[in-house]
Design a protein around this ligand. Structure first.
Ligand code: ADP
Ligand code: ADP
Ligand code: MG
Length: 694
């Protein structure tokens, strides 16, 4: 009895918890506080007075000016707030003060519980030099390189020769992908070292560096661990975070696909060994890089906090990591043992940022004018914003995380795609379409390395141009024509008798040509294919090789399943879901929460009678109405001609066209001859009109 009594009194109580953070992670911690019946306290800067985390918390305390240094990075100000409001504990979230020894030290001296590991764990793992040395002492493989204390330039230079090139100079105190420099050859080393040391000193207040062999094709694989104050350290399996830009994660998933059992187990063992060595308390992550070619794995670093990508692990293990953090900080033991933790299914997370991926990922700021989060089975959105929220320049650009779960990786990816498609956010640019492009590349199901983005978008990513949308509309127009066989009227490009239709050997319609009206112009297109699989060419270039070509595959929504209302469209290997609507007046509309476009279709014949024909009013010349070959010129210079008289025959798109005089007069000039290939709109015959014609 006395033992039980003792252990109960050892458990501290947390009734009121202050969250020393902002944005989505503050909101995330508030959710678990609500679940555990704990009062949550938000802190805020000037810029965040109306922020979501302030509105969602039970209480909120102002901590300083907008710049992070004066508020979220100001440990004393946060401690003052905690004391003022009598908070029992502080949760640091990630970033800001989460890995700072200053806030824990203040917590200790003011008897406030810090929800995180000990000051020693943070100090040991906060320095990459130190952390690597500890890993080495535990026989955990580390990336070959130099992590010695001797930091003079001559030593570093001679060590660099041993490491070989390419190598990476890393700031020992670095983090968040900052403070890293690739050196490709010995001649670049001295300058790179000087710059790396300067950068490191100004960003982290510490100019110590380490040298590492630069792996050319690595995967980033990490292991989640949890420890309590009773000596238990368990792992919660692995995550893959190889899709990175600038050494920062963009897409993360749990568990890792394509990892040998033996290697996976080895990573778990290493992670738990390090955790036990540190008597680790709370949630932590041990990061590794794995050479994709050799399968050699190396320890990178340990992050002594909750990570951005923790929801993927929560999905597959069913464990609330924030709840565990709070409980072990109170002194409770973990309620599960290693063999009670299992992984079911697969989860993938995408980080939605306010940035312009087409413009070197420049951060964007502004007010969120439109905001609607997607919902659906297996979908979780962690965010800290709502309609009307401001994205200020003071903090990082992550707006929300979309996390999808499925029993298979394929289903998780499918749901993530739907979630990203259904996310409505407007007011500034985001990386939404870039994320969609990332997860819809075939390589997403074949090979992930940290070079993924560079390899998939060697010239940088660009959003879909108008032409991509036109190509989808054209394919849909053709698809609808074939699908709706009862439709014998004008709107059906395949059924309609017109000069633009060609049949293949089996007599099935195979190609169609028509114009899309866009911005007051008529743009010619050709569509080839059938049954959901089309090649679309845009433009009037007769030389097909020069015309821009799109491969469009369409799957119409299954009408018996009312939930699925979107067409699945794959264009040049990128997949999207869209609403496609056809209206009577030959209009095709594409819409999704992020997109709204309508195109009017005109057959080539109609285009001659429609707006294009207007151009020919009052004309005194004959121009090519489409690209083609002049087969016959029926007049010569000086001939008298009557309006409507056929002067020239052209063959275009496998059909014969008779071109007639637009007015009566005398042939002034003939600018072509039989056999010539002429471009659309080319001047063919010029007529000197009769005076009386005016
Ligand atoms: P940070 O503290 O900034 O997170 P890490 O050491 O964890 O720094 O490295 C961040 C990322 O940089 C890794 O996920 C990986 O993509 C890349 N990286 C780090 N070390 C190497 C290396 N030796 N070779 C190749 N890539 C590396
Ligand atoms: P499955 O039959 O379930 O597709 P696989 O072992 O081929 O089995 O793939 C498991 C999952 O991992 C699939 O969703 C696949 O797309 C994905 N995948 C395949 N290769 C890789 C890779 N190199 N890196 C990451 N994921 C991969
Ligand atoms: Mg890291």
């Amino acid at each position: 009895m006395s033992n039980v009594a003792k252990s109960i009194t050892d458990i501290k109580s947390i009734k009121r918890l202050l969250i020393a953070n902002r944005g989505e992670i503050a909101c995330r911690v508030i959710r678990t506080c609500k679940k555990l019946g704990i009062e949550s306290v938000a802190v805020f800067s000037d810029a965040d007075r109306h922020a979501q985390h302030v509105q969602q918390a039970d209480l909120a305390v102002y901590i300083g000016a907008s710049s992070a240094k004066e508020s979220y990075l100001n440990a004393q100000s946060i401690m003052d707030a905690a004391l003022k409001i009598k908070a029992d504990a502080i949760h640091p979230g990630y970033g800001f003060l989460s890995e700072s020894t200053e806030l824990i030290t203040l917590c200790q001296s003011n008897d406030v519980i810090f929800i995180g590991p000990s000051v020693e764990s943070i100090a040991d793992m906060g320095s990459k030099i130190e952390a690597k040395a500890i890993a080495q002492s535990l026989d955990i493989p580390t990336v070959p390189g130099y992590n010695g204390d001797n930091q003079d330039s001559a030593t570093l230079k001679s060590e660099s020769e041993k490491v070989g090139y390419p190598l990476l100079i890393k700031a020992s105190a670095g983090g968040g992908g900052k403070g890293m420099r690739i050196v490709n050859s010995a001649s670049e080393f001295d300058e790179a070292l000087t710059l790396a040391k300067q950068e490191s000193l100004s960003s982290f207040g510490d100019d110590r560096v380490l040298l590492e062999k630069y792996l050319v094709r690595p995967r980033h694989i990490e292991v989640q661990v949890l420890g309590d104050s009773h000596g238990n350290v368990v792992h919660l399996f692995d995550r893959e975070c190889s899709i990175q830009r600038n050494y920062q994660k963009v897409i993360e998933e749990a568990p890792v696909s394509h990892l040998g059992d033996e290697l996976r187990q080895k990573l778990f063992d290493c992670a738990v060994r390090l955790g036990k060595h540190l008597s680790y308390l709370g949630a932590g992550t041990i990061e590794f890089i794995v050479d994709a070619d050799t399968q050699d794995a190396y320890f990178l670093e340990m992050n002594t906090r909750l990570q951005v990508e923790h929801p993927t692990t929560e999905f597959v293990t069913g464990i609330d990591l924030v709840e565990c953090q709070i409980k072990v900080a109170k002194g409770e033991a973990l309620t599960f043992s290693q063999d009670q933790i299992t992984v079911t299914g697969h989860a993938i997370e995408a980080r939605l940022n306010a940035e312009d991926p087409a413009n070197n990922y420049m951060p964007e700021t502004g007010t969120i004018e439109l905001y609607r989060e997607p919902t659906g089975e297996g979908l979780r959105v962690d965010s800290g914003v709502s309609q009307g929220s401001d994205i200020s320049p003071f903090y990082d650009s992550m707006v929300a995380k979309v996390i999808a779960y499925g029993v298979t990786r394929g289903l998780a990816a499918q749901r993530l795609l739907k979630g990203l498609n259904d996310f409505s956010i407007g007011g500034f640019k985001t990386n939404q379409e870039f994320l969609i492009a990332l997860i819809t590349r075939p390589a997403f199901h074949q090979e992930l390395t940290t070079q993924y983005i560079a390899k998939q978008f060697p010239e940088g990513w660009q959003p879909w141009g108008e032409e991509m949308h036109m190509a989808i509309a054209a394919a849909a127009y053709a698809e609808q024509g074939q699908y709706d066989v009862s439709n014998m009227q004008a709107g059906n490009p395949w059924q309609r008798k017109g000069s633009w239709r060609v049949t293949d050997l089996s007599g099935t319609p195979a190609s169609a040509w028509f114009c899309i009206e866009h911005g007051g112009e008529l743009i010619e297109m050709s569509v080839q294919g059938r049954a959901g699989d089309y090649r679309v060419r845009i433009g009037s270039d007769l030389d097909e090789k020069n015309a821009e070509q799109f491969h469009v595959m369409l799957t119409r929504p299954n009408e018996s399943q009312s939930e699925v209302t979107y067409w699945q469209v794959e264009i040049n290997n990128t997949r999207v879901s869209l609403d496609i609507l056809f209206s009577e007046n030959q209009k095709v509309s594409l819409s999704s929460p992020r997109l709204n476009r309508s195109y009017s279709f005109v057959t080539l014949e109609d285009s001659l009678l429609g707006p294009a024909a207007e151009l020919k009013d009052n004309s005194t010349s004959i121009r090519a109405v489409m690209p083609g070959i002049v087969t016959d010129v029926l007049v010569k210079t000086g001939d008298k001609v009557e309006e409507g008289e056929t002067l020239l025959v052209m063959e275009a798109m496998k059909l014969i066209h008779n071109l007639s005089a637009p007015c009566s007069g005398v042939v002034k000039d003939i600018l072509c001859a039989a056999g010539d290939s002429v471009a659309d709109g080319a001047l063919l015959i010029d007529i000197d009109p009769d005076e009386t014609d005016d």
